[in-house]
Design a protein around this ligand. Structure first.
Ligand code: SF4
Length: 66
């Protein structure tokens, strides 16, 4: 899995951080998402899918590893 985030789309809702705090954080200044781990281990994939699906701005894109 490879994660990309679109900081321009992110509205700072923080839903991704709640769903997968090991992978996502937010900037202190404006709440925009910070990607902590763009290629998380398989044990985190379910949480990452959850994070992407709850993001209100659809700012999280997931690509499965080939
Ligand atoms: S859930 Fe989406 S909009 Fe909210 S902080 Fe995360 S990436 Fe940004």
């Amino acid at each position: 899995m490879k994660i990309t985030v679109d900081e321009g789309k992110c509205c700072g809702a923080g839903s991704c951080v709640l769903a997968a705090p090991e992978v996502f954080d937010q900037r202190d200044e404006d709440g925009v998402v910070v990607l902590l781990d763009p290629e998380p281990g398989v044990e985190l994939h379910q949480a990452v899918h959850e994070a992407a699906s709850v993001c209100p701005a659809a700012a999280i894109a997931l690509a499965e590893a080939q």
